[in-house]
Design a protein around this ligand. Structure first.
Ligand code: FAD
Length: 413
């Protein structure tokens, strides 16, 4: 038997690590908990970094600083776990110290994917993941000049909206034929493209970046494959993120585009768990493993690990969801957006509010994209989790209540 002094060690003091530590204490877990994080800050929220970086207050702590000591959580900020030795169950820290673990949880997150074109390391070419990144973006933009955003994903479009609200000229450069191509329906992409363009954002699609233009070591623009250029003193690269699974990989844990885990967050080693952006996990009975990057995802996985470590019942699976704020649009997306779904447009009660329901062949809802439409988001989530067939005609008719939609006989039956 292992000595009782061995701790639960959590690697990564971001959203997942800090949430897990807090939930464990809430559930009565009384063994030592050590939360090790490379960043020098106490755990903070990342969503405001792309939504509020131009204003004061983009740095928002997840919990007050005294929370950790008050709850007997040993928080080691500014400290990196450099190695895991599974044979003796220890981790090595950047301080040279070793800590023995009873269980280990990897919550190392992900890192921005880097551009690999000429000039990509020039001053003024930035990515956005940390508070320092957000401060650097705000500083660079305050220096004047245009902003080019490479990548029309959610983070890029949120930054574009903030920049336009500050009157900064913005160009979004997207390689695909539409913004949000991997994560939103064509209808939502189009609606957001129009909304951004009406507010002055230039959006270039089917645009391949050749290189960064520079003068005196500072970015001055982006050169595209068609020979055209986009002038910009600040270039934000928002082309996705890759899981920080090197530590797990080196330790011999099964990894394939993220650390592979089961529905309780357990890796190929039963004493090691992985949660959040770094993990690939099952979300339904199909056995397919997915890697999601969202707060609801990491929170759900933290709950799964709490159940596994305390012997509590595993929580019911949740419908994956995500949110994004762009200008005055509050988007909430539930389920996984997949190509080929039948899209039913449901106008909302307020001007500019609507929901796009994604239906499968069996007329069950697979996903819902709700813009300023919280009731549709809640109803859509319920339709997805309960696999309730809906009538597309009733769904598209705002005079039919969402309650009636669920009860309606599916078309064609
Ligand atoms: P993180 O919160 O990234 O934490 C990982 C931590 O581990 C980091 O602090 C890292 O430094 C540390 N670490 C890594 N390796 C080591 C090591 N070896 N030793 C010690 N520490 C280590 N999600 C939403 O749902 N809605 C949103 O609107 C939204 N907006 C976002 C906006 C931005 C700009 C970004 C970057 C993300 C956004 N997300 C959003 C995604 C969300 O923030 C992440 O999915 C979530 O933070 C993942 O939590 P995590 O614990 O897996 O990783």
């Amino acid at each position: 038997m292992r000595p009782a002094t061995r701790a639960l060690v959590i690697v990564g003091a971001g959203h997942g690590g800090s949430t897990l530590a807090a939930l464990l204490r809430q559930s009565g877990f009384d063994e030592p908990v050590v939360l090790v994080g490379s960043e020098t800050h106490i755990p903070y929220h990342r969503p405001p970094l792309s939504k509020k970086f131009g204003a004061q207050g983009f740095r928002q702590d997840i919990r007050p600083s005294e929370f950790y000591a008050d709850n007997d959580i040993e928080l080691r900020t500014g400290t990196t776990v450099t190695a895991i030795d599974r044979s003796v169950r220890t981790v090595t820290l950047s301080t040279g110290e070793r800590i023995e673990y009873a269980h280990l949880v990897l919550a190392t997150g992900s890192s921005p994917r880097r551009l690999t074109v000429r000039g990509c390391d020039t001053t003024g070419v930035l990515t956005l993941r940390t508070v320092e990144d957000a401060a650097a973006l705000a500083r660079s933009m305050a220096g004047g000049g245009e902003l080019a955003i490479i990548g029309g994903g959610y983070v890029g479009m949120e930054v574009a909206a903030v920049a336009r609200s500050l009157d900064v000229p913005v160009t979004v450069i997207e390689r695909e034929a539409r913004i949000l191509a991997r994560v939103a329906s064509p209808d939502l992409s189009q609606m957001l493209t129009d909304y951004h363009r009406q507010r002055g954002t230039a959006i270039r699609v089917d645009a391949v970046v050749e290189g960064i233009l520079e003068q005196g070591g500072r970015a001055t623009g982006v050169e595209l494959a068609d020979g055209s250029t986009v002038t910009a003193g600040t270039v934000l690269v928002g082309i996705g993120a890759t899981p920080d699974d090197a530590l797990a990989h080196t330790a011999g844990l099964a990894c394939d585009g993220g650390v592979l885990v089961d529905s309780s967050g357990r890796t190929s080693d039963p004493s090691v768990f992985a949660i959040g952006d770094v993990a690939r996990r099952p979300i339904d009975d199909s056995g397919t493993l997915v890697r999601l990057e969202s707060i609801p995802n990491v929170t759900e996985q933290a709950k799964q690990v709490v159940a596994a470590l305390t012997g509590l019942r595993q929580p019911e699976p949740e419908v994956p969801w995500f949110w994004s704020d762009q200008f005055d649009i509050k988007l909430k997306i539930a389920g996984l957006v997949r190509p080929g779904a039948r899209i039913v447009h449901r106008p909302g009660k307020r001007e500019g509010s609507f929901a796009l329901y994604h239906l499968g062949a069996d007329e069950t809802v697979h996903a819902v994209e709700a813009a300023n439409a919280p009731s549709d988001f809640i109803a859509g989530k319920k339709f997805i989790s309960q696999r309730i067939p809906v009538s597309p005609n009733a769904l598209g008719d705002p005079s039919v209540s969402l309650h009636e939609v669920a009860g309606a006989t599916p078309v064609g039956s």
